[in-house]
Design a protein around this ligand. Structure first.
Ligand code: ATP
Length: 572
């Protein structure tokens, strides 16, 4: 409930008005049967048409007022529940955007989508229900019992017995339903995750022709969802008819005992008629109450899943010391193991220095910890031991926005968004001029953009599907260059380029006037040789650091890479 109090506070006035309307509507409904008994007892039985008109008019008036309250609460319920749902989705999205890397790994994206859509809808429905029917049901039920008791105390014993049995049924239903609904939502997660993974790998599935496997896995998830759906509804499908049955028995008992009392002159026709109407009202409100509890159980399951998102760890604080940073980087005895990983450090006791304006290449076999250095520099994670300093300031004393504003990363896998090429390039620098955009594209050797009919205004399909891998990398490099940050981090960012284009990009980087620190993560020795310094990584350890010439002499791992790549290519 604490989770929702802020939303409730935001809309408490329309919420309370709706609650008042639904209460008054229930009172109007309750008055109906009593007014009916007056029509029969005072009007029909005594043959007075005036009394029939008198009580009939009152009955119509009460029904009309009830209808006005119903329309008002329906409108308010839609307004408040939909607004609360929209606010909740916005807050969830904001929270997800602030997730720490650990949190990103914790909940699968398919599950996040189900929580933001299905679970939020469940809550919207519940809030809507509270304002429309949920309060009405207990009021109508309790009111009907009281008013029926006032009409005839003897007959009301039947009502008490029926209500006691129903209360037991509802308790059983709640106990059985909760776990089933929780499992149902998890089954929905599985379906979403399957569809999402299929869509991400759609080309691979086509290329490998693994439709059967995909279909089978989807079918399994689908069957599982269907079974969980049936199982969660089973309780309701059994309990609801049982309720109707018990209330039906009660109504028959009222009519039977009522007619006996009538013949004994201990009850009159109007009261028995009103009593049976109250029984019908009790039945409908008990069915509503069962639905309320079922919805409550579903909402409880959804609330737990939504709360899990809000309880996830957030990224480090956004702002810290507000220092002017320029690009002097020091790694000092850094050791780091991924949280939730095997526990083996991805980098161990790593130390190196890059001065402002210098270029550093990081080379090493796959899995040696190269990209981890980039993630640590961007403070996606904090170091376990040791420190990383920018301009002599420990990253832990800086806010992530300050750090990330100073670093432009061009990731291993270029991420492009649907929109135009220009929109993708200016992503990190919204105020860039047309000249700056062209220059960045030129330096990234992305001349193909200008050769396209619509140039920078050309559209990219989802994820840049209409561009080649090398084209996507060059757009991504242009984006990194345009950010004009003090550090440029290229994580294997030229791997999809042919050797000539890659050499041109590296030359352009060198020839730029910018006083920018450039870190190039690469598998290629030819690329590493262009940098001022090279860091050689192996199994998370920095096994060599220096210029190309120094490393050829001093570092066996570097020499091996050089000989394998450069010498063998000369021989070929
Ligand atoms: N999110 C993660 N959780 C747990 N372990 C991880 C994670 N990311 C990387 N690792 C592990 O950390 C080690 C270093 O990975 P890293 O990505 O830094 O290597 P790399 O040198 O960049 O490799 P490549 O050249 O293949 O990109 C690997 O053993 C990898 O399995």
């Amino acid at each position: 409930m604490k989770l929702y109090s802020r939303y409730f506070n935001r809309y408490k006035i329309p919420f309370l008005i709706a609650i008042c309307c639904v209460t008054l509507e229930a009172v109007c409904d309750l008055l109906g049967p009593t007014l009916m008994s007056h029509i029969i007892n005072n009007g029909i039985e005594s043959g007075s048409l005036d009394k029939v008109y008198y009580w009939g008019f009152r009955m119509l008036l009460v029904t009309l007022i009830g209808a006005v309250f119903a329309v008002t609460r329906n409108n308010l319920a839609s307004f408040v529940s939909q607004r609360m749902g929209a606010d909740l989705r916005t807050d969830l999205f904001t929270k997800i955007m602030s997730f720490s890397e650990e949190s990103v790994d914790k909940i699968e994206s398919g599950s996040l989508i189900t929580r933001m859509t299905n679970d939020t809808s469940q809550i919207v429905q519940f809030v809507n229900g509270i304002m429309r029917i949920f309060l009405k049901a207990p009021i109508t039920c309790i009111g009907s019992i009281i008013l029926a008791s006032m009409l005839n105390l003897r007959l009301s014993i039947i009502i008490y017995s029926v209500v006691a049995v129903v209360a037991i049924l509802i308790t059983i239903s709640m106990k059985l339903s909760y776990q089933r609904f929780y499992q149902l939502q998890k089954a929905m997660d599985r379906i979403n995750t399957r569809v999402q993974e299929y869509l991400l790998g759609i080309r691979l599935v086509k290329a490998f022709g693994t439709y059967d496997k995909e279909t089978r896995e989807f079918e399994e998830a689908n069957q599982n969802l269907m079974q969980k759906g049936v199982s969660s509804l089973l309780v309701i499908t059994v309990i609801s008819p049982l309720l109707s049955l018990f209330v039906g028995f009660g109504t028959v008992a009222v009519i039977y005992i009522g007619s006996r009392l009538f013949t004994l002159n201990m009850a009159n026709a109007g009261d028995i008629t009103a009593f049976t109407i109250y029984m019908a009202q009790i039945l409908s409100s008990l069915l509503m109450i069962t639905n309320v509890f079922n919805m409550f159980v579903r909402t409880k399951a959804s609330t737990i899943r939504i709360r899990e998102i809000f309880e996830c760890d957030e990224d480090f604080k956004k702002s810290g010391m507000k220092e002017e940073l320029s690009g002097d980087i020091v790694f000092h005895n850094v050791t780091f193991a991924y949280p939730g990983g095997s526990g083996v450090p991805a980098v161990k006791n790593l130390s190196f220095t890059v001065k402002k304006g210098e270029s550093l290449a990081i080379i090493g076999p796959t899995g040696s910890g190269k990209s981890t250095i980039a993630w640590l520099l961007l403070r996606f994670y904090d170091t376990g031991e040791g420190n990383i300093l920018i301009n002599g300031i420990n990253l832990k004393n800086l806010g992530v926005d300050e750090i990330r504003n100073e670093i432009a990363i061009v990731p291993q896998k270029p991420t492009l968004f649907s929109g135009t090429v220009k929109e993708n390039i200016i992503w990190g620098n919204k105020n860039a001029t047309a000249e700056e955009i062209s220059l960045a594209a030129e330096q990234a050797e992305a001349e193909f953009i200008t050769q396209m009919p619509e140039g920078f205004e050309s559209s990219l399909g989802s994820g840049g599907v209409n561009f080649s891998g090398g084209q996507k990398q060059r757009i991504s490099i242009a984006r990194g260059l345009l950010k004009k940050s003090s550090v440029l981090l290229l994580d294997d960012a030229t791997s999809a380029l042919d050797a000539i284009t890659e050499a041109r990009v590296l030359r352009n980087l060198k020839e730029r006037k910018e006083d920018q620190t450039v870190i190039i993560i690469t598998q290629r020795c030819g690329t590493a040789m262009t940098a001022d310094k090279v860091l050689v990584m192996e199994n998370g350890i920095g096994v060599g650091f220096g210029t190309h010439a120094e490393l050829i002499k001093s570092c066996q791992v570097y020499r091996d890479i050089y000989e394998t790549q450069i010498e063998s290519s000369k021989e070929a």
